[in-house]
Write a protein that binds this ligand. Structure first.
Ligand code: GDP
Ligand code: MG
Length: 435
């Protein structure tokens, strides 16, 4: 086999012999010095290795040129300068990603990384800058009440149950004076709160999920004990499963002569909802919504389930919520019921909600009483929208009117463009989809 001296090869490839010796050692060849010889069939392998190393060195160099080292917190304004971008454009991107920000605060590390990547840059963080930023902008999540939706087949007793629960929160004597104003309410038992969404459970659930909004933590599935599992019961099970929401079953109308709770349990078990007392994981409570029996036990089970879920949200910082219904009020203009999900919503806050925006002029609780602020899981009526937001719209508080307006207007623009391009698709209503 022809031999070739290695200094010759080094010359041929234009690299120092020392580097070639390194390569040869890496390849497992035995080399003593630059006068050593190697088999010439190794030359091809060496060429490949040199090409590979060159390419890698180039890539590394390129990456280095496209890497920004961050050694101190970066605000939104700093980022705009850094990437030579319009501040408004950056604001819109962050809103698209549902990232909560404040132009006066450091940008969340993830937001900065995403922005950089879009511009073809990599971020290299110095020491504990990332940690410092997170410490400055994050808030400790606090326990929050569960948000519950009631689902089930028509006439199985959803409305009756919601009424029974609502009435359980006040003394009988006060009953006459209570009128619920909005499609959600909150009760308190033994100092623990539960929020119920009172819009026609099924529709609210499906339409909001179709918009990607998820506000429910727990689904209560009402099944009439005299009727059993019906088509909408099955649909409800599917929706809750798709949303990954735990189901508590309320077997209703147990006061009726034809009631057969065991048959209901059998039907549920056949659909994968095996009752606890049969060794499964599904909590089933026998109730009579009409006679208000079993309500306390059902509420207890909801609280128990909520505890297992360890529901938490931050209370500080800009509020985020979801609209569950909206309407035009003669005196107040466009109003919406919002479930606050993060932060605290306050009178005076500017906000953006989909393609609309506004300033919170007033807040009302479920009994129509004015409130100054609303914490996570609280349902509130919000007055101050410039336009009517559809149910299932995410609402996000912004630091200024200008920012709220910029985001809403740009979204409206994008929606208009999309509408022009695909008019047919926009016309399919949810009612049709779920008919
Ligand atoms: P929804 O369609 O699921 O909201 O059902 P509703 O709450 O409107 O109830 C349908 C019918 O069932 C009404 O006539 C209720 O009075 C009746 N109903 C609801 N719960 C009970 C119950 O626990 N026992 C009996 N006997 N009737 C009930
Ligand atoms: Mg009803």
């Amino acid at each position: 086999m022809p031999k070739i001296r290695i200094y010759k090869i080094a010359e041929q490839f234009g690299i120092p012999t020392s580097e070639l010796i390194d390569i040869l050692k890496d390849l497992g060849a035995e080399v003593k010095n630059h006068m050593s010889s190697i088999d010439d069939d190794l030359v091809e392998l060496i060429k490949e290795e040199i090409d590979y190393r060159r390419k890698r060195a180039e890539e590394l160099q390129k990456k280095k040129e496209r890497t920004i080292t961050i050694d101190a917190p970066v605000t939104l304004r700093d980022a705009a300068k850094l990437f030579n971008q319009d501040l408004d454009d950056i604001i819109i991107r962050l809103a698209d990603w549902n990232i909560i920000f404040d132009t006066r605060n450091p940008l969340p590390p993830l937001a900065l990384e995403k922005l950089a990547r879009e511009q073809g840059w990599e971020i290299e963080w110095k020491e504990d800058v990332k940690k410092k930023i997170l410490e400055a902008i994050s808030f400790e999540p606090q326990p929050r009440p569960p948000v519950v939706t009631i689902l089930g087949h028509v006439d199985h007793g959803k409305t009756t149950l919601l009424d029974a629960i609502r009435k359980s929160r006040v003394a009988e004597s006060e009953l006459g004076g209570i009128t619920q104003k909005i499609g959600a309410y909150q009760i308190e038992i033994n100092g623990q709160k539960i929020t119920f969404i009172d819009t026609p459970g099924h529709e609210a659930f499906t339409s909001m999920r179709a918009r990607g909004a998820q506000v429910t933590d727990i689904a209560v599935l009402v099944v009439a004990a005299d009727d059993g599992v019906m088509p909408q019961t099955e649909e409800a099970i599917q929706h809750a499963r798709a949303a990954d929401v735990p189901i508590i079953v309320a077997i209703n109308k147990i006061d009726k002569p034809g009631a057969n709770p065991d048959r209901v349990k059998q039907q549920l078990a056949e659909r994968g909802l095996v009752p606890e007392e049969w060794g499964g994981e599904t909590i089933c409570v026998n109730i009579s919504a009409l006679q208000k029996k079993g309500i306390a036990e059902l509420l207890e089970m909801i609280l128990l389930q909520a505890e297992l879920l360890e529901l938490k949200a931050r209370k500080e910082g800009h509020a985020v919520g979801t609209t569950i219904e909206s309407r035009i009020d003669r005196g107040k203009g466009p109003v919406a019921t919002v479930i606050v999900q993060e932060g605290t919503l306050r009178v005076g806050d500017y906000f953006v909600a989909g393609t609309t925006w506004g300033k919170v002029r007033s807040l009302f609780n479920d009994l129509g009483k004015p409130m100054k602020e609303a914490e996570p899981s609280t349902p509130v009526e919000v007055v101050g929208f410039t336009d009517l937001p559809p149910a299932g719209t995410k609402l996000m508080v912004t630091e200024s009117e200008k920012i709220a307006r910029i985001i809403a207007e740009r979204r409206a623009e994008i929606a208009r463009e999309k509408n022009l391009k695909t008019p047919e698709r926009e016309l399919i209503s949810l009612e049709e989809l779920f008919a």
